[in-house]
Design a protein around this ligand. Structure first.
Ligand SMILES: C[S@@+](CC[C@H](N)C(=O)[O-])C[C@H]1O[C@@H](n2cnc3c(N)ncnc32)[C@H](O)[C@@H]1O
Ligand SMILES: [Zn+2]
Ligand SMILES: [Zn+2]
Ligand SMILES: [Zn+2]
Length: 644
């Protein structure tokens, strides 16, 4: 091939990287605590990013950039290695989270601020969930289960949209024998053994078995008159919720007991308190590809997703966090934790009935409308998703940053000429919100770009983060910094009429701009996968148009098998890593670094080779080349639509 310089990708021990990725995926937060500061989707593996940085032989003063910074893997890893970093993302929620991770807050100050905030919050809100357990006396409610009620249009009786009659097992013991069942005819809960067939204690209605789904594809049959209730009547009206079960945390004879029970009348009354909702949460949920699910499910405003008591607690937090006495970073961190807690929306969170625990609303990268939802007490001292846990995570993140970023690199920091920000401020890390078609760095300044653009069949980042952005507005009392123009989001979306052409044109302008910022000897390393060839073609053409030439290809393990849980069983569990340089010399075929006979790897490499060799061509021709390269493959993951 006559290649004189080895590619960056060639210098990597791929099996070691893949092993490290597999290890880290299981507990990313432990490996890199800052990522638990804010929810983001499709975060890249740290081990891969680290390997790419290591193999790039950078000088400390070299500038690394990531124009699609998202969850911040590249930024955090580069900063931890002491490099200057320029990160940019369209989405202000991701930018807030990443800026927070690198705010350099003093952990001591943060701990003091968090402690005092938490104390005040507990004092002013714990009564909302305090209770008197009929069995154990004083206790606190940890979870409240809400079932959705509707009226049968045929017989005019109320019915309850339990997805299964089993609401939950009583505990996590391996052979748990006690369970709680809900009745779709009267709503009431019955406690019984798991072995027996169960009839409702209240109305005698026979309850379905533990694993028998009641709402297949959301279809509803009336338990009173057996007729089908239309989707509209069952789901699209304004939701009506009824609290049917609580989980209490009780102290009894020096023992702490967590148990389920039917709510007492006082507990029901408390669950239904009133609240003054702030304007940002009264805004209409915008219509979109993912948010359509909520709209069809009868939710109109963001506040509809919350039981009023949960809103009340969060709003109390908003008020207390807005304390001028607090250090500004500490305040911002508390605000971020409150906005992040918005994902525990009590009318949107699912409960795992066999391994009793609540899941956050966007656990599967999408919104889902449920017949049975769970309200987490966000001011509880224990449990998942609570504010306490979020604040504790913020502290671990601050400790991590102190050891991994500021101190060891302070020498490098002094030596390094920081990125100039408009207004003359200089920082080691600059994180900018806005479309990367325009980046605030001088031409020829970036030594290494590591990035991953949204995949063609990607997560709808903008739509999902809408919930957090509504909260960001509510907690900061500001509107402008949180305005996102999703027309600039490089993600195909039918509701916005953004298809392959739109995607390509955004990638073109972003890569063109990125190439401008790169030094002549600079490299761009990007990871990509996707199951629609239009995405690959768009990526290839955008790189070509921007004057970036594919020099090497490798396949790396990614975490998508875990990340895209139910979305697509066929999804790739690997990423293609594409190394590009500025196109200054004649064409050379790309070096394939870790060729393999495994079908998934071969297919990714075939897509990579196609875009490396033919991206100056029309779509149809690229399709032909890709099909030629993959014609022996029995099963292709990448769909090849003939129309661009
Ligand atoms: C695959 S994610 C990046 C994930 C990141 N590398 C990580 O490890 O967390 C792609 C990102 O591109 C962002 N994005 C989409 N359109 C953009 C644009 N026009 N300018 C900048 N960022 C954009 C999305 O908000 C999303 O965060
Ligand atoms: Zn009790
Ligand atoms: Zn009943
Ligand atoms: Zn009926």
């Amino acid at each position: 091939m006559g290649v004189t310089t080895r590619s960056t990708l060639d210098g990597i021990n791929w099996s070691a990287v893949n092993r490290a990725t597999r290890r880290q995926v299981r507990n990313r937060e432990v490996y890199c605590p800052p990522i638990s500061l804010f929810r983001w989707w499709a975060r890249r593996p740290h081990a891969l990013t680290r390997a790419l940085l290591d193999a790039s032989n950078l000088e400390p003063e070299d500038l690394v950039s990531d124009p699609f910074s998202g969850g911040g893997t590249v930024t955090l890893e580069s900063a931890a290695k002491g490099h200057r970093v320029y990160a940019q993302d369209l989405n202000p929620w991701a930018v807030w989270g990443l800026r927070t991770a690198l705010d350099g807050v003093s952990p001591t100050l943060l701990r003091a601020g968090i402690d005092s905030f938490w104390q005040k919050l507990r004092n002013s809100t714990s009564r909302y969930y305090a209770t008197n357990c009929p069995t154990h006396g004083n206790g606190e409610i940890l979870h409240t289960f809400w079932v959705r009620e509707c009226t049968c249009p045929h017989c005019a009786q109320a019915l309850y949209l339990y997805p299964y009659s089993l609401i939950t097992l009583a505990g996590r013991k391996r052979n748990e024998k006690i369970a709680f069942y809900g009745c779709s005819a009267c709503g009431r809960v019955t406690q019984r053994g798991t072995a027996r067939r169960v009839a409702c204690e209240d109305c005698g209605h026979e309850l379905a078995g533990m694993r028998e789904p009641l709402l297949v594809q959301k279809r509803v049959w009336c338990p009173h008159c057996s007729q089908e209730v239309s989707y509209r009547d069952a789901w699209s009206r304004k939701p009506k919720w009824k609290p049917v079960l609580v989980q209490r945390f009780c102290s009894y004879r020096d023992k702490q007991i967590v148990h389920f029970d039917e709510p007492t009348p006082t507990e029901v009354a408390r669950a239904l308190t009133c609240v003054n909702t702030p304007a940002p949460l009264l805004e209409k949920i915008p219509m979109g590809r993912e948010t359509a699910v909520l709209r069809r499910g009868g939710f109109r405003k963001w506040s509809d997703l919350y039981p009023s008591r949960q809103l009340k607690v969060l709003l109390k937090g908003v008020k207390l966090a807005n304390d001028p006495e607090l250090d500004r970073h500490v305040r911002s961190r508390i605000q971020l934790a409150i906005a992040g807690a918005g994902e525990m929306a009590g009318h949107l969170c699912r409960w795992d009935r066999f391994h009793p625990k609540a899941f956050e609303a966007l656990a599967n990268h999408r919104f889902a409308v449920l017949g049975l939802a769970v309200e987490t007490n966000l001011v509880a001292e224990r449990g998942r998703g609570t504010l306490k846990l979020r604040l504790r995570n913020s502290l671990s993140a601050a400790n991590w940053a102190q050891t991994h970023i500021s101190e060891p690199n302070s020498r490098a920091r002094q030596r390094v000429a920081p990125v100039e920000e408009p207004g003359g401020k200089a920082r080691q890390c600059t994180i900018v919100a806005g479309t990367s078609s325009k980046q605030r760095i001088p031409s020829n300044s970036v030594r290494l770009v590591i990035t991953d653009p949204p995949y063609y069949d990607a997560v709808q980042y903008g739509e999902l983060s809408g919930l957090f952005i509504a909260w960001a507005r509510a907690v900061t009392g500001r509107r402008r910094p949180w305005t996102v123009d999703l027309r600039f989001e490089a993600v195909p979306n039918e509701t916005r009429k953004a298809g392959a052409k739109h995607y390509e044109s955004l990638l073109r302008s972003i890569f063109k701009e990125t190439a401008r910022t790169m030094r002549d000897d600079g490299k761009l390393l990007l990871t990509y996968h996707g199951m629609d060839f239009r995405g690959w073609a768009a990526l290839g053409r955008a790189l070509h148009w921007a004057g970036l030439r594919v020099e090497a290809l490798a396949v790396a393990h990614s975490e998508n098998e875990k990340d895209h849980p139910k979305r697509n069983r066929n999804a790739f569990s690997k990423d293609l890593v594409i190394e590009c340089g500025k196109n200054t010399s004649a064409y050379r075929a790309p070096v394939v670094v870790n060729a393999s006979r495994r079908p998934e790897q071969r297919e990714l490499l075939a897509a990579g080779v196609t875009i490396a060799n033919h991206s100056g061509k029309e779509y149809a021709e690229m399709v032909q080349k890709f099909q030629q390269l993959t014609k022996r493959m029995r099963r292709r993951r990448i769909r090849v639509p003939t129309l661009f």
